[in-house]
Design a binder for this molecule. Structure first.
Ligand code: CA
Length: 221
């Protein structure tokens, strides 16, 4: 599931609840970032806020439909936006109006998932520098050579790639690792990053340490 919502509190609650339900959740705070993640991860369903900074959720849907048929559930605060959503006729879409109940959201998402058509042929893998990451199979290769990662290391790498160049704090990397066995100790993140870097070998440069803040994936395409 991809959640595109610029209000951190709402995004946090949605993510936590759907993760509890067993969904694999990625989040973006802008339509631009959301489009990149949608292309990369081919989400089974999107929760899309309409009022976003710069590009709106409605504009994002138009762009999304150039490459994806994933169903979209709009989160809207205004009744007049509902008419516009209904007028779009851009594939499987539905909406809930804010404030919504989580129960209603769950039901709508389940309904939309039944309308899921086919996955993107190109989705599931992403290349950063010499590292190729297969999100579907949880495999990576470095300069063409397969490298095996532990689930923790893979989760860390995925969180850093998904952040699209933003700096992630150690605390964020704990929660983003989507690994309940991970002790909430920031030093564990440092140890795992160190191991991950060793395994990336010549591509270790891709993960930058940002003093006092955390870690960041360098933008190299
Ligand atoms: Ca908003």
């Amino acid at each position: 599931m991809l959640i595109v919502e610029d209000e951190p509190d709402i995004s946090f609650v949605l993510r936590a609840n759907f993760m509890k339900d067993g969904y694999d959740v990625v989040t973006a705070r802008s339509a631009e970032h959301g489009l990149k993640l949608a292309h990369r991860r081919d989400p089974a369903v999107l929760l899309l806020d309409i009022m976003l900074p710069k590009m709106s959720g409605l504009e994002m849907l138009r762009e999304l439909r150039q490459f994806s048929l994933s169903p979209v559930l709009f989160l809207t605060a205004k009744k007049d936006e509902v008419d516009r959503i209904l007028g779009l006729k851009l594939g499987a879409t539905d909406y809930v109006t804010k404030p919504f109940s989580l129960e209603e959201l769950r039901l709508r998402v389940k309904n939309l998932l039944r309308r899921r058509t086919r996955p993107l042929a190109s989705a599931g893998t992403v290349r950063v520098g010499g590292v190729e990451i297969d999100f579907e199979r949880h495999e990576i290769s470095v300069n063409g050579r397969a490298v095996s990662l532990t689930p923790r290391e893979f989760s860390l790498l995925r969180a850093l790639v998904d952040a699209d160049g933003s700096v992630l704090s150690r605390e964020q990397l704990i929660s983003d690792a989507d690994d309940r066995s991970l002790e909430p100790d920031p030093r564990v993140v440092d140890q795992n990053v160190a191991r991950l870097r060793r395994k990336l070998g010549p591509e270790r440069r891709l993960i930058a340490t940002v003093s006092k803040h955390g870690y960041q994936m360098r933008r190299i395409s």
